[in-house]
Write a protein that binds this ligand. Sequence first.
Ligand code: BG6
Ligand code: MG
Length: 216
Amino acid sequence: PVKAVIFDLDGVIVDTAHYHFLAWKRLAKELGVDLTEQQNERLKGVSRMRSLEIILSLGGITLSDHEKEKMANRKNSWFVDYVERMAPEEIFPGVKQLIHELKGKGIKIGLASASKNAKTVIQLLHIQNEFDAVVDGTMITHSKPHPEIFLLAAHKLGVEPKDCVVFEDAEAGVEAALAAGMKCVGVGSSEQLHKANKVISKTGEFKISALEEFQV
Ligand code: BG6
Ligand code: MG
């Protein structure tokens, strides 16, 4: 039976994935790289430093660790500027209702985000109390597609990985969920997220009756 649902944050609960993209695009431009939306798919779900390294490799650029640190901080300050102007209304339609329905069925709710800003974001959205467990980028050593973040979330929730369903918008996140032995609902394009057990275009579209497809 499904005992827990674990949500990714950026691009699943709120459109902060777009803010990450805008901030990376701005930084990439300064570095002489024109970051496309398709290339940006590779940045989704992975850590800040890993994202920067992907952009640098796209431009064939080498930077010292010190310069990389500075660039990553620049990108983050722009991202934080966007986030601070965010309102609770920006949470995707239907997400809160979905969480409440799941809770009504006795299902635990987890958050597993690679972002070190995840706690700030959920506080700004006033949803920090909705989660039975939160794992963010400050608590892990391996980025998605490594399963660490989801395994830690399951551990904190006190459920076995096989009884968890993950909602993810990133290819790396889908891979991480499957590598953790969990089921995964992809949120976005079925082409990009074809490895997921099921793909929907928006989180709020999910009907909890569909959880039956995941019963083992
Ligand atoms: C993930 C995003 O949730 O968090 C990535 O999908 C982002 O785009 C990563 O790079 C790290 O976020 P932050 O806020 O720690 O830079
Ligand atoms: Mg995401």
